[in-house]
Design a protein around this ligand. Structure first.
Ligand code: SF4
Length: 346
């Protein structure tokens, strides 16, 4: 999939007038055509040349799990026969201020993940490859087609660390937010990261007012290192330095994602330290009681302990959400989707 600038350059190479770019963008992103052959106002030779280089539909839908009124997971096959998942969540009012009639799509940015966060299933099979911008954008187009619903909110919390695929992420964001593209408001897009400091600072300089969520899960280095190996590279102080850069450039509050794990990061002292950290950057906190992942050893705290943790935050005037119902694992971080090699694994 092409940006407006790339398309203009390409058309110049083909000695085509500039207005062709508008025609093509309209076919791809507004009319959502599936084939270059359908672009009836383009010369056949041009259609043929572009079709060979730029497939419009790089993803193939393989399987849907879930029903129309619940969360639906779409298993999608890539051209190299690898699989990713995209998850459509019909209403998730507690997250990011969404209204209940809205649809949030949780998109993947990589096949697998190299970051190995200890609570996350996406990293269990390691990293395979980055998704191209077209493979990111196509998840939205396909999810809208399959569901018949308009995607209102996007969260980059599917498989992969989005900031480790920075070039393709930013290209996809340009296509997604532009009026010539999918025209989804930047404020409705959340990028979730394990905390890649240089990329957070770079992302802060993008013109789009996107939102940022951090998989924090530990308010100090000793705790965070047990859960997030990336903390050895970028410690908590460095991370919060980058978040201050973010705040200097963006208007929306940062969200700190925090999975509560019994005996690891859920004590009163942890809550007090987290409160100070959140206050220092005026962030809100999303508390997620741990959900068991097969093969991983940790335990969810009691509901009372979760409420106590939240109360410590709210007493310190930190905005904190806590959902005690189970089964919301896809909200947990930038990856709770496990790499699926076989259709029947989901
Ligand atoms: S939480 Fe995100 S960065 Fe960490 S392993 Fe999972 S997908 Fe990768």
């Amino acid at each position: 999939m092409l940006t407006k600038t790339e398309l203009a350059e390409l058309l110049e190479d083909h000695q085509q007038p500039a207005y062709r770019a508008t025609q093509i963008l309209d076919w791809i992103y507004q009319k959502r055509t599936r084939s270059w052959d359908e672009m009836s106002n383009l010369p056949p030779a041009l259609r043929e040349a572009l079709a060979q280089q730029y497939p419009l539909r790089p993803l193939t839908h393989t399987l849907t799990k879930g029903s129309a009124d619940t969360t639906r997971k779409f298993l999608l096959q890539l051209p190299d026969e690898r699989y990713i998942e995209t998850v459509l969540i019909p209403a998730s009012p507690a997250l990011y201020g969404e209204k209940s009639d809205r649809h949030t799509l949780c998109v993947s940015s990589q096949v697998g993940c190299a970051y190995g966060c200890k609570f996350c299933a996406s990293g269990l099979d390691g990293f395979t490859r980055n998704l191209k911008a077209s493979e990111i954008v196509s998840q939205i187009i396909l999810a809208e087609e399959l569901s018949g619903e308009k995607v209102n909110n996007l969260v980059f919390m599917g498989m992969g660390e989005p900031l480790a695929n920075f070039t393709n992420l930013t290209k996809a964001l340009e296509i997604i937010t532009s009026d010539w593209g999918l025209n989804i408001g930047a404020r409705r897009i959340t990028v979730s990261t394990s905390g890649l400091v240089p990329q957070i600072k770079k992302l802060a300089l993008l013109p789009q007012q996107i939102r940022l969520a951090i998989s924090l899960h530990g308010p100090d280095d000793q705790t965070r290192e047990k859960i997030m190996p990336v903390n050895k590279k970028y410690d908590v102080d460095e991370l919060f330095g980058a978040l201050r850069v973010w705040n200097a450039n963006k208007k929306q509050k940062i969200t700190l994602e925090y999975i509560l794990i019994d005996g690891i990061n859920a004590s009163t002292t942890h809550a007090q330290t987290l409160a100070r950290r959140a206050q220092s950057i005026n962030a809100k906190v999303n508390l997620i009681p741990y959900n068991t992942v097969e093969g991983l050893p940790w335990v969810r705290p009691s509901d009372d302990d979760c409420r106590h943790f939240r109360n410590v935050l709210t007493k310190a005037n930190v905005s904190a959400t806590l959902r005690l119902e189970k089964g919301h694992d896809i909200d947990a971080a930038c990856g709770q989707l496990r790499l699926k090699k076989e259709k029947n694994e989901i």
